[in-house]
Write a protein that binds this ligand. Sequence first.
Ligand SMILES: [Zn+2]
Length: 63
Amino acid sequence: MAADWLVCANCAGRVSEGRCATCRAQLARQRERGPWEALTGPAGLLALVLALAAIALVVARPA
Ligand SMILES: [Zn+2]
């Protein structure tokens, strides 16, 4: 269920196998928040909204 495709940078195994402490910590975090919230947390969403607002301002400006 939780991101089976993720490969650990520490032990080069699948994170879902939980071979090292880094894998297990990542697995614990995914169980808490879900795999996608790890990628798009509050900071990521805020940056996305700011980028869209900036684009909207540039597009809406008269030439
Ligand atoms: Zn690992």
